[in-house]
Design a binder for this molecule. Structure first.
Ligand SMILES: NC(=O)C1=CN([C@@H]2O[C@H](COP(=O)(O)OP(=O)(O)OC[C@H]3O[C@@H](n4cnc5c(N)ncnc54)[C@H](O)[C@@H]3O)[C@@H](O)[C@H]2O)C=CC1
Ligand SMILES: CC(=O)C(=O)O
Length: 378
């Protein structure tokens, strides 16, 4: 199989979908890898490193898309990339389609087989989302601390406080991977941390992990309103896989926050959990202010630490991509139910239920969409 790796074009997206080590794994399995010239530079991988590992370096992104059977990316394709879609092309990347209706439409109309990293699931865990959630969670506390500084427009709070002065309050909504990693960093920074989750079991686990270093609260509108009012830094970290994030923090709640407080809505890639986080921002211009509160809504946070993130991401994506390349997509998803859960679009249908529901399409199972092709080894 030909695997294509285009350079990422999203604002300040310096990650790349394969490292030279990944190229070598594909080469050893008998595949060909086409890497766009300069694709790895932002992550510290030179064209020569890829060439040494056996990749062909391609000038011109259109040539990568045209020749590849499977495109591996990091972020969802942007509009300028839709022209490269074609029937039967396999696209393996983050997609977040519930928040990307135009992309879903283009993939559907062009018959692309689109497999989303973020919905590949193993026993209710999301192995291809986890490492980037670890990165974004850790960054969330650090970024929040930075924007709380007066010189960055914040209220002038040091999260750790000092002897005789209160610590800053951090409220984290969603105690999964992002939430846990944000809590680790916020605790490390000396903050007073509260985590809110809907799952009583998860709250118990968090209590076991952090003991009295955090307060835990059940997610309901009353508790959220109280905790948001108190927070100097609010971190949105809720996920319902594939679906648009629920707007748990209303505009009225945001109005109760102190001027110069900060919201880092990590869940913005799925639409965000805060009503006033109504648009995605970029690393170039990461914040906006509403009701005196600084909102940070960058949908590719790990793109700012590309060396760490590229290695962490490809550690987990390459084994799945190898299954697709070695067996062909139909056999790979038939034999691996975890990978099948990643298929969001196939043969002109939306094949992930939550995405279909949120975007107003009929849900069609992967089996139905691909018909008898699924039982044939391709
Ligand atoms: N902005 C960015 O650059 C990045 C964003 N993300 C996003 O961060 C979000 C969180 O991801 P993960 O932590 O990996 O998900 P996760 O599945 O590990 O955790 C989500 C948590 O939300 C909780 N939850 C669900 N409904 C809730 C409710 N109504 N109230 C409170 N908690 C509720 C769940 O019980 C779970 O503990 C996702 O949208 C993910 O795509 C992840 C990485 C990078
Ligand atoms: C999860 C995701 O979309 C990212 O890491 O950019």
């Amino acid at each position: 199989m030909f695997i294509g790796v285009p350079k990422e074009i999203k604002n300040n997206e310096n990650r790349v979908a394969l490292t030279p080590a990944g190229v070598l794994s594909f080469k050893n399995a008998g595949h060909s890898v086409l890497v766009e010239k300069g694709a790895g530079i932002g992550s510290g991988f030179a064209d020569e490193d890829y060439a040494k590992a056996g990749a062909e370096i391609i000038d011109g992104v259109e040539n990568v898309w045209a020749k590849a059977d499977m495109i591996m990316k990091v972020k969802e394709p942007l509009e300028s990339e839709y022209q490269y879609f074609r029937s039967g092309l396999i696209l393996f990347t983050y997609l977040h389609l519930a928040a990307e209706p135009e992309l879903a439409k283009a993939l559907k109309e062009k018959g692309v087989i689109a497999i989303a990293y973020e919905t590949v699931s193993v026993n209710r865990t999301l192995p291809l989302l986890t490492p980037m959630s670890e990165v974004a969670g850790r960054m969330a506390a650090q970024i929040g601390a930075q924007f709380l500084q007066k010189n960055n427009g914040g209220q002038g709070i040091l999260l750790a406080g000092v002897p005789g002065v209160n610590r800053g309050k951090v409220t984290i909504i969603g105690g999964g991977i992002v939430g846990t990693n944000a809590a680790k960093m916020a605790i490390g920074l000396g903050a007073d941390v509260t985590i809110i989750d809907l799952s009583a079991d998860r709250l118990r686990q968090l209590d076991d992990i952090f003991g009295n270093q955090v307060k835990t609260l059940m997610s309901n509108p009353y508790n959220i309103a109280e905790a948001v009012k108190e927070a100097d830094l609010l971190i949105g970290a809720v996920l319902i896989p594939g679906a648009k994030a629920p707007k748990l923090v209303t505009e009225e709640m945001v109005k109760t926050m102190k001027a110069g407080s900060v919201i880092v809505d990590v869940a913005i890639d799925q639409g965000g959990v805060v009503e006033t986080s109504d648009h995605v921002t970029t690393h170039d211009n990461p914040t906006f202010e509403k009701h005196g509160v600084i909102h940070y809504s960058v949908a590719n946070m790990p793109g700012a630490v590309p060396r760490t993130s590229t290695i962490a991401l490809t550690n987990v994506t390459v084994p799945y991509a190898l299954q697709i390349a070695n067996k062909g997509v139909f056999k790979a998803i038939t034999e691996n139910p975890s990978l099948k859960l990643g298929v969001n679009v196939a043969a002109g249908e939306i094949t992930y239920e939550a995405v279909a529901k949120d975007l107003g399409y009929n849900y069609v199972s992967v089996e139905e969409a691909l018909g008898k092709e699924l039982s044939e080894v391709k």
